[in-house]
Design a protein around this ligand. Sequence first.
Ligand code: FAD
Length: 289
Amino acid sequence: MKITEIIAGKTTLSFEVFPPKQTSNYENVYNAAMGVAKLKPHYMSVTYGAGGSTRANTLQIAKDIQDKYDTSVVAHLTCVGTTVEETCNALDAMKEAGIRNILALRGDKPKDFEGEPFKDFHYASELVEQIRKHSGDYFCIGGACYPEGHPDAVNKSADIDNLKRKIDAGCEFLTTQMFFDNNIFYNFLYKIKDKGINVPVIPGIMPITRAGQVANAIKMSGTNMPERFRNLVDKFGSNPEAMQQAGVIYATDQIIDLIANGVEHIHVYSMNKPEVAKGIMDNLSQIIG
Ligand code: FAD
């Protein structure tokens, strides 16, 4: 089912999982992803290794989640380092696997990648155009957005102008980069509405359940953590069980505030941790049906 149909007229909770990079740890990562799928959120998303490093695993996990748990999936797809022909082949394989939703991304040059990173595509908007050209309306296409601005953007306003190109190319919903202060998201919503972006914008919430995740989260979201969150990491960071509990509660609190302020769809970066996904789902059991 298409995401636009799944989310229409209701409050939804979805989870993201990632595929294994090497075949050696396939089983552990696979089982963890399926542990999240067992919770049967409204839909799931499966990430993709930029440059195609996880192509087969992304597709397999996405297909299995749909087939075994009857849960619709958004398969991520990146275009960095990719040709039009490779992309069309990937689209055909997705269609054959029964995937109806794609998160169309530029991706970043992988660390070990040599040569020219951009072949036929420079931006995600070009990937969206190519998906429409090759597959018509078969796929529901989503894109990424950045409430605190994408790190490569000249400024936030130019970033939103570029985001509008992605929408104009055929992108039907957006999922945000993680953020830890909801006011940043509310401000972003005002700014994009002003520029004529009216598609559903689904906030991506990352439960920080290990102190070690903090540095990476700051790098990705481009923000300093709110003081309230930093205090929590200072206090509980050295006690894994307490940190996990506090991280789940902080994320839940963020989600409740979003819903109380009229946000209808929540995407959780559950990082292949069924216990974290379940903790959040349980905390919201009377709030999201
Ligand atoms: P784009 O939309 O192309 O934007 C990239 C930059 O180019 C921005 O600064 C934008 O302002 C600028 N830009 C866009 N169009 C133009 C234009 N026409 N002219 C000039 N500048 C322009 N990465 C993965 O490898 N795999 C994943 O599965 C994955 N999933 C993600 C999921 C979400 C929800 C998010 C938020 C990110 C994800 N990423 C993933 C990371 C993402 O690939 C990187 O953040 C990447 O740097 C940008 O991808 P994009 O699709 O947002 O790029």
